[in-house]
Design a protein around this ligand. Structure first.
Ligand SMILES: Nc1nc2c(ncn2[C@@H]2O[C@H](COP(=O)(O)OP(=O)(O)OP(=O)(O)O)[C@@H](O)[C@H]2O)c(=O)[nH]1
Length: 543
């Protein structure tokens, strides 16, 4: 039966994933080394000032000797890293600490966070999204991390996002006062999250000195979330790779700000090591991706229609797939970036044709491109799908912006040629307005920000309102895009025709022909090409 084979394909995908996860301990090593290197980077600032660490000088000398002895040697790198990691463990903690590493190490502890959302009030660089919504998104990011508590959150107008101290002098003093007062009276704060894509090294250092707390930007918060949610080896390698552009940009900033001060951030050999790691990570990823390509080709050979479900993070993609497939094992979570791996789920259309639904990584605005680029490859599956379901959260105040962001990103992916020559025609895209159970005013439902009528399929993945109608629409599009049709074919009982149809089409029903006891009426969903083949093989021969 076809049903058996589609499930077995999904099973194979799962088995393959497990295999990929356990395959090549080399990958794991690579990942571990990269992680250590990242930690090494984040602690570098403190490390260079060895007086701040117990035993820092001694270990620093040991490390220096090792590094100069075996410059490009992998083992030397490991040893160097171990030495440094010891230093990290050993150090006396300083409140004006190198932020990201401090927060990384404390990720399992409770964090008490102050969120500051800077926004430009006037001018061409003003963000079209309202500051309140930006702040809400920043809060949602922090809430996605377990045991991170928001103690204070505020939005602060700025003239530009490029100033070294980010805020005007008066404003900075005011913020410092608020944080200090809070430190003295409430729960001690542990970090400040400035909700800007990336802070320059100089900005971060200045703000840490003023607030006397570690400071994080959006990039570093999102990396923490991605690390927590990366399950497969591919996702883990991607996260490790996503951290590298950040490290490089901070190195560049730091070198820029240290010019004339005689400080060198990374030695040539360390720089080479970082480049080497990057190359190795990319190679490992390429190997894993070629396995995925193989699976994709197999799916294509089996001719299963593929429906990709895309959308802004938390829009309800996983919930919708759960509703469409009735797959109980799927667990939607109220967290941003809950899905980091593209996963395939088998589902049945009303005509009994089986399809594969692909769950994809959520989109999010204001995430530095370097970070998301690493996950773009996982969207290739979506770009190659027969039909793309774009899920939108109708209950979200910023729904129209989110939709525009997803459409822009998909458009960019198309331009970059990730589409395998498939155009993103309106016929391939189904717009779905989800979470209508949370919308109180029905007038809000069919309008976008310009008041234009939207062609949206309104549903609730929670109450299942509209899900059956959506399923019918998915079926209509799948049949049209893949040039399949539903038909009833009359075949001789026990003949080759029936066996051929079972092999080459989706047989949805078969019954005895009431007008001819020797024949069967077989309902099938069949592609145009296969139908021609059937005619050629059986009908012409018979004639
Ligand atoms: N009330 C309501 N909640 C919903 C609906 N659909 C999804 N949710 C909730 O929204 C949250 C996010 O749902 P997911 O399905 O995980 O969203 P996602 O788009 O897959 O999220 P990411 O993987 O993070 O991008 C969960 O708490 C769901 O229970 C809906 O129709 N109504």
């Amino acid at each position: 039966m076809l049903g058996l084979s589609v499930r077995s394909i999904v099973r194979k995908v799962c088995v393959k994933n497990v295999l990929l996860q356990s395959f090549q301990p080399k990958c794991r090593n690579e990942l571990e080394r990269c992680r250590q290197l990242t930690q090494l980077f984040f602690c570098r600032e403190k490390y260079t000032d060895s007086s701040k660490y117990k035993g820092g000088k001694q270990a620093g000398q040991r490390q220096k000797a090792i590094a100069s002895k075996h410059e490009d040697d992998d083992e030397a790198l490991d040893e160097t890293m171990n030495q440094r990691t010891e230093l990290i463990e050993d150090r006396e903690y300083d409140t004006v600490a190198s932020s990201a590493m401090h927060v990384t190490k404390q990720i399992l502890n409770v964090q008490h966070v102050v969120i500051i959302q800077p926004y430009i009030k006037w001018g061409p660089r003003k963000n079209p999204t309202k500051p309140d919504l930006l702040l809400q998104e920043a809060e949602a990011l922090v809430r996605s991390l377990p045991r991170w508590n928001i103690e204070l959150s505020m939005k602060v107008p700025v003239e530009t996002l490029d100033k070294r101290q980010l805020f005007g002098t008066g404003k900075l003093e005011e913020l410092k006062g608020i944080i200090q007062a809070r430190q003295e009276t409430g729960t001690p704060l542990t970090c400040v999250f400035i909700s800007k894509g990336t802070l320059t090294y100089g900005q971060k250092q200045t703000l840490e000195q003023v607030f006397r707390l570690p400071v994080m930007d959006r990039y570093s918060v999102v990396v923490q979330i991605l690390r927590l949610h990366a399950v497969s080896m591919e996702a883990k390698l991607q996260v490790a790779l996503a951290e590298l552009p950040y490290i490089w940009s901070q190195v560049k900033d730091q070198e820029g700000s240290a010019k004339g001060g005689g400080r060198i951030f990374l030695s040539d050999s360390q720089r080479q090591m970082l480049q080497l790691r990057e190359r190795k990570l990319r190679n490992e990823l390429a190997t894993i991706r070629s396995h995925r390509e193989l699976l994709r080709n197999r799916r294509r050979q089996k001719n299963f229609p593929v429906v990709a479900v895309v959308g802004y993070t938390n829009a309800g993609k996983t919930s919708l797939i759960k509703a469409l497939t009735e797959e109980q094992s799927l667990q939607p979570r109220d967290q941003l970036f809950a899905t980091l791996d593209v996963t395939a789920h088998a589902g049945l259309l009303p005509c009994k044709l089986e399809v594969l639904y692909m769950d994809t990584v959520g989109f999010m605005a204001d995430i530095p491109t370097g970070l998301i680029e690493c996950f773009v490859a996982t969207l290739e599956d979506a770009m190659l799908a027969d039909v793309i379901v774009h899920v939108q959260d109708m209950a979200h105040e910023n729904c129209a912006e989110q939709r525009a962001h997803v459409e822009r990103t998909l458009g960019k992916l198309m331009q970059q040629g990730n589409n395998g020559d498939r155009a993103l025609t309106p016929e391939r895209i189904i717009n779905v307005g989800n979470k209508i159970d949370l919308v109180t005013d029905p007038a809000d439902l069919r309008m976008d920000s310009d008041g234009e009528q939207q062609r949206l399929h309104l549903i609730s993945s929670r109450t299942l309102v509209g899900v059956h109608e959506l399923l019918l629409e998915v079926e209509r599009r799948v049949l049209r895009v893949t040039v399949r049709q539903r038909m009833v074919i009359r075949v001789p009982m026990g003949g080759q025709e029936l066996a051929w149809l079972y092999k080459n089409a989706a047989v949805t029903e078969s019954a005895a022909d009431p007008n001819n006891a020797e024949r069967l009426l077989v309902s099938v969903v069949i592609t145009e090409a296969k139908l021609q083949q059937f005619r050629h093989l059986f009908i012409r021969n018979r004639g």
